[in-house]
Design a protein around this ligand. Structure first.
Ligand code: 0O2
Length: 252
């Protein structure tokens, strides 16, 4: 009630100024998400063309709502100002990538971390070291420059990379505990951890099967088949005459 009264006494021009400032602030995070999403999409397409296989199941992204930002500021006891929020809250822009296999997670993470315009601020590997409750995921905080009309701003994006099984567990764990403020009984904590271990076992099993099938596919490849390449679902046969000069270069 007090806040509503304070807002009523706020000069309209000041309120408008504040709204513009906040919009500019939030926009930066939206642009940072666009940049990283484009990078992920390029990696995904490149991977698909080269290896004829897509390591990414799906990608979701979100900008944290001002309400959630405020909650986090209060919970962590940060100063309530835009520079402090930018400095302290690294997950205002968040991307979640679901990969097919655990090895894809590390491959994708390496590819992102190697990009020249990306600065790695933090890596938390909850796959090698799962949280006490069983939560698994690879978390990266990446900083990317955003080129505005009059300035360059370095903006952080939190990237969470996990498998379908890890995502399944995390989504349901969140749903189960959402707005449950009591102490969780130990037997339920243990059962949830057991479920996370089962998810991890499933990941290992599926990856083993995937590797074995990939080896079988390689063995099956006919030796004399004319090579071809595929771009946007269009197949192009590669004439041997085109390949010979390249072969020479490789053999030199
Ligand atoms: P939301 O709504 O997903 O954004 P931080 O609070 O981020 O400063 P922390 O806990 O060290 O500090 O960060 P960490 O470990 O990198 O985890 C942050 C995010 O990971 C969480 O964001 C969740 O998305 C996810 N996460 C971490 N632990 C768990 C877990 O035990 N279960 C589930 N389901 N998700 C988890 P937010 O801000 O909590 O929420």
């Amino acid at each position: 009630m007090e806040l509503t009264r304070a807002l009523e006494t706020f000069e309209p021009s000041k309120l408008k100024e504040l709204k513009i400032e906040l919009t500019r602030f939030m926009m930066l995070y939206k642009f940072a998400l666009d940049e990283i999403n484009t990078k992920i999409d390029i990696l995904k397409q490149e991977f698909h063309y080269i290896h004829d296989y897509n390591p990414i199941e799906h990608v979701t992204s979100r900008v944290k709502s001002p309400e959630s930002i405020l909650k986090k500021v209060e919970k962590k006891g940060y100063e309530l100002s835009l520079p402090s929020i930018k400095e302290n809250i690294k997950d205002i822009a968040g991307i979640r990538i679901t990969c097919s296999f655990v090895s894809d997670i590390y491959e994708l993470s390496d590819m992102l971390q190697k990009q020249q315009d990306i600065k790695v601020i933090e890596v938390k590997d909850y796959i090698r070291e799962p949280k006490a409750n069983g939560y698994q995921s690879l978390h990266l905080v990446l900083e990317i420059p955003i080129f505005m009309s009059d300035r360059v701003e370095n903006v952080c994006v939190e990237v969470q990379i996990r498998t379908i099984a890890m995502d399944f567990w995390a989504s349901l764990e969140h749903k189960i505990y959402y707005k449950y403020y009591q102490t969780v009984p130990q037997n339920l904590i243990d059962e949830l951890k057991e479920a996370a271990e089962s998810a991890s076992h499933l990941d290992r099993k599926m990856e083993q099967i995937h590797q074995k099938v990939s080896e079988l596919k390689l063995e099956e490849e006919p030796e004399n088949k004319q090579p071809e390449l595929k771009i946007d679902n269009e197949k192009f046969k590669l004439p041997y005459a085109l390949l010979i000069p390249f072969m020479k270069n490789i053999n030199d």
